[in-house]
Design a protein around this ligand. Sequence first.
Ligand code: P6P
Length: 351
Amino acid sequence: MSGIKTLGQFIIEKQADFPYAKGELSRLLRDIGIASKIVNREVNKAGLVDILGEAGTVNIQGEGQKKLDVFANLQFISALTSGGECCIVATEEEDEFVRIDSPVSKNAKYIVCIDPLDGSSNIDCNVAVGTIFSIYRRKSTEGEAVLSDVLQKGTEQVAAGYVIYGSSTMLVYTTGKGVNGFTLDPSIGEFCLSHPNMKIPEHGNIYSLNEGNYVHFPEGVKKYLKYVQVHDERTNRPYTSRYIGSMVADIHRNLIKGGIYIYPTTASSPNGKLRLLYECNPMAFIVEQAGGIASDGFRRIMEIEPSELHERSSIFIGSREMVTMAEGMMAEYSSEQDKHYGAVVGKVFQA
Ligand code: P6P
């Protein structure tokens, strides 16, 4: 085991960075790591057992739940319940937040927002999927934790991370002191430090968005798309289009190689598609900690004041120079309605 640093060893080692830490956050991160390994086991054999396909239920998003969605959701709730460090879980797969029902959890100080299995529509065709999580400190001091403990701005996150179940399984997380990546070594069943102090390149030449929605994109996105497709050797254009349809996989690749991921408002998603609490905020925290930026095209994602549990947002996230360029085009070419969208409450006002 010489030279190998496991996730557990790393978490304990970094706990010293937080003088008042008593180990609760460390144990919470451990609990998430354990559930991730169980989910990984099922994702990796999904084709062999009866766990592919539809669960026959629909989540609040109106999306058909896959059997693995439901399985992953239950695994994380179970791990957080037995760990005892979390009092509330807000998950994509449940209409309301889940109050953790165990004697110790009632007084637990952490809130977890999670997308248990993002990109699950890709599972049946063996494309990388992921888990995305965000951790907040409970704000209320008396009685049971309440919804306002969940609806916190992204700047209040104490930790955030994702797991990518891809050609290898990695857990990437931040507690606000940089980003570190751990690769699962199946031979010992441990996440091992493989990507210390991850930094996203200031610039890249990969753009990720679903161009099938082009007709309904805001004008600023259309202009940015045309910009990246111009032939100009001096600025290394045209860039390369890479879109997996799994946010964790697209952003993980861009985090390593440099790039931009955009999910703007579209006809079918007038407020954006990605969910603020358990997709945009955690990914924004990680990318900002790696030196990138994340906005809704107009303002910093982590400054958006959430108003509801499953609130959606546009997202422009990745290499600093690329997102800045895209934001410039949004500012220059967006309609007053778009600007109003960004300036007020993140909702597209139906004129
Ligand atoms: P579309 C998966 O459903 C997801 O939430 C993200 O992981 C992914 O980037 C996006 O939606 C794909 O959406 O509309 O392009 O299929």
